[in-house]
Design a binder for this molecule. Structure first.
Ligand code: GLV
Length: 336
């Protein structure tokens, strides 16, 4: 039993020492990962460790669901340093009176940079050619050695046009003279479309016309396997597909088959179904650039994400203002 009378916070992920110290000024901090390696929490281990905590700091994992909430009746806040929150059952948290926050905005440009880089790496076969060079196989010049697809002036397709999708569209339109097509459940205002030079099209048309498709939709039951075998079949054989959204939005097995059979030219993937495991068929095809879910990983941005999670948490626990990026602020109004 702790003698510290302050609320206890379980930090489920590794975190910056400075951010742990910030939280520690307001709460007793239980940080089993410290600044080091992440824990692969089982639901049971998480529930046991979280019992009695008033706050949890999480990222895109672990899963926060009704069973966990039932095991933690004193919980007041779950603060994520990720923008995507499909690991958190938001309605269950709201019903339990637990405030949830995520970390939007601070990662938009960094993540868009990475999405664009991954798309370019896939189009220009950068990983594939580096492996070739490192293997000592570069012995001669050839006119078609790792010849890929152009990016400048090609048609950019953006599937999901939220903040990050728009930042990618801006890069394509302004920096690379790309006509931009997008598909989103809701259309942007005409003025924003005009500013981005982006045209809304149906999903099938987007798939059929894009030279480079970048996927940026949040994961939900509705977006599970949004791109599978049928959608891949609509794409051009010269096209690339980049996924920086979430594993599960793309059917990885179907994508690996399309890449293997050259039904599309290449892919860039930062997220995977079942990550950190990666589908073995994807590991076996050369025409895909694979990165370990690092799209937001510049140090300043990761620090800003962590600080935002801490600010939200401190606002709830210490009552020091409104949590700036609460997803269910109505919970606080109910408590008053
Ligand atoms: C990363 O994937 C995030 O959701 O922040």
């Amino acid at each position: 039993m702790s003698a510290d009378p302050r609320p206890r916070v379980l930090v489920t992920i590794p975190l910056f020492a400075e951010v742990l110290a910030r939280i520690g000024a307001h709460a007793e901090v239980d940080a089993p990962c410290g600044t080091g390696l992440a824990i692969d929490w089982t639901p049971e281990a998480l529930a046991a460790r979280a019992r009695g905590a008033a706050g949890l700091v999480v990222a895109g994992t672990p899963r926060i669901d009704a069973a966990l909430l039932a095991a933690c009746p004193g919980l007041r806040a779950v603060c994520s340093m990720a923008v995507g929150y499909n690991n958190i059952d938001l309605p269950a948290c709201t019903a339990a009176g637990v405030l949830v926050s995520n970390a939007p905005d601070v990662l938009t440009e960094t993540t868009a940079d990475f999405g664009f880089a991954l798309m370019m790496a896939a189009a220009r076969r950068i990983s594939e050619s580096e492996h070739f060079l490192r293997a000592g196989r570069w012995t001669h010049w050839s006119y078609d050695l790792f010849a890929g697809a152009d990016v400048y002036g090609a048609t950019l397709g953006v599937l999901g046009m939220g903040r990050i999708g728009q930042a990618i569209a801006r890069r394509g339109a302004l920096g690379f003279a790309m006509p931009v097509l997008y598909h989103n459940r809701s259309r942007l205002d005409a003025a924003v479309e005009q500013q981005l030079g982006a045209q809304w099209v149906g999903k099938d048309e987007l798939l059929a016309r894009a030279d480079h498709l970048v996927i940026v939709v949040p994961y939900s039951a509705a977006s599970h396997h949004l791109v599978g075998a049928a959608e891949l079949a609509l794409m051009k054989p010269t096209a690339t597909l980049t996924n920086i959204a979430r594993g599960g939005v793309v059917d990885d097995a179907a994508l690996a088959a399309a890449l293997r059979e050259r039904r599309i030219a290449a892919a860039g993937l930062d997220v995977f179904e079942g990550e950190p495991a990666v589908h073995p068929d994807l590991l076996a095809v050369p025409n895909v650039v694979l990165t370990p879910h690092i799209a937001s990983a510049s140090l300043p941005t990761r620090r800003a994400m962590a600080d935002l999670a801490a600010t939200n948490l401190i606002a709830v626990l210490a009552g020091s203002g409104v949590p700036p990026t609460a997803l269910n602020p109505e919970v606080l109004a109910r408590r008053r």
